[in-house]
Design a protein around this ligand. Sequence first.
Ligand code: NAP
Length: 535
Amino acid sequence: MTKLVVPLFVTAAAPAITAMPLAVAAGADMVELRCDLAEASVIRQVLAARRNVKLGDGHLGVILTIRSAMEGGGFVGSDDTLAGLYQQAMLGPDAPELVDVELQAWRRSSAIRNILTNATGPRGSPGSQLIVSNHDWTGCPPDLDAVLTAMHEVDTAVIFKLVWKAHTILDGVRALALYARHASGDARQFLCLAMGEPGVISRLLAAKFAAPFNFATAESQGGSAPGQPSLAQLKNLYRWTSQRKSTMVFGVVGWPVGHSISPAIHNAGFAAIDFDGVYVPLAVEPEYDKFCDALDAIRQCPGLNPGGVSVTIPHKHHALRYVLGRGGTVDDMARHIGVINTILFAPDGKLTGLNTDYAGALNALTGAMGVDRPGLRGKRVAVLGAGGAARAIVAGLAAWGVDVTIFNRGIDKATALAADFNGRTGMVCAVPMERLREHVYDIYINCTPVGMSPNTASSPVPVDMPWNSQTVVFDTVYNPHETQMLQLARSREAVVVHGVEMLIQQALLQFTGFTGQPAPESAMRQAALAALRSG
Ligand code: NAP
């Protein structure tokens, strides 16, 4: 089991002694005592106190780390002083379970080597054991092979820990790819982390790769490196205790992507049907070549077992181009819409592109109206906006024989969109936004961001809309849950369709594509609503 370790920066004894049981209460399996700035007497007090912190059948285990400023830590003394600190900390019955030494310090200082060699034993032996670490604060080491070779020469180490700063998601994938390389050559344990938001997958998936431990914050304390997730995120959101070697990996590709509630929706779905999968954010910079590099690396990463991705802004066009460029399959409707939001990866490498946005929107609409798709035929629909969301919705409506009028502040964009879909069963035309009140429609759909948080007081329609209980009003904006436009519709007793319903419906279709199983709708809806409520 991959242990969750909360780092604690120790300067004085009392705060560290208070923080240890709090970390355990928050779900930590161990703590790391970062003692770069602590005196020997403080370290020994904290080590002694940790024996009073109960965990399972025993007491809290600790990793002792004293990192020198030369290796990016805070300790500024000489290597001999550092060796002396280690020696004092590791005397007697309170010695830490694990002690972490930086590879460079180990190589540089015979005093450090002697003390740690004498004070640590092989795996499974009583007393302390050694972690040898290599941190690179500039990026993935260019001489990775040399670093790995040097680490493996530390005979007494039971764990190798390799950490580097991530510049892009590729650095996170590189970290995960290294597990396969290590596993083939050595029985000792291995941990590889890419620091910072771009490398976060190396932290979120560490349990799948059977890393010996992983760092997490206990919420109340800050982390020891950028990008560290919290214990609660790992356990409650990223299925920490369910991850194993066979676990399939899915994710949402976007830029930015940190705000996405898709991980909450899909992971809740996987948990509800006990599907062996985990879903993570995949932040990929906006350019097409970055998208291709990231997708290629993810698909080729040994041991990752990726099953597919959701795709969001700004990559939906890129996704279609990528799938077609690599010989994949995309249905006619998605091709005509010109964007996809889902890519499925088959085990033989074949790609399938889907657009579940249009189908999700149609499902949300027909569900609220209590009709099937043919039941939409002949309805008159006003679509507000002519961007990506409008395009998917107009395509879906036109395919089912609906007459659509597109209102947009920029008429040229609306005219171009209408021309693309007019006559594909339904009639589609474009009209300037100012003329919205000239006719009455059966269904109004907002596909602009007007009314979206934080501008919740605005509405894309005037208050004197001719709405009544026969009207259907659908706002694709899902934050806030009930926009000004929907509040107006409710006051007129119109049928109201929330944006979150489209989000949920498109996710249900993706889920079935990912898993081959019916989606657990209630669990996924609850997760979506809870994620939106928590902001
Ligand atoms: P987009 O491609 O940028 O298109 C935005 C459209 O809104 C454009 O037609 C734009 O008009 C219009 N617009 C923007 N600001 C406006 C304003 N202040 N007043 C009037 N019109 C304005 O964006 P998108 O991808 O279509 O997304 C639009 C909205 O749909 C998002 O904000 C999101 O809330 C919602 N959405 C929801 C879901 C869901 O699952 N519920 C999925 C996707 C999108 P111009 O052409 O004149 O610039």
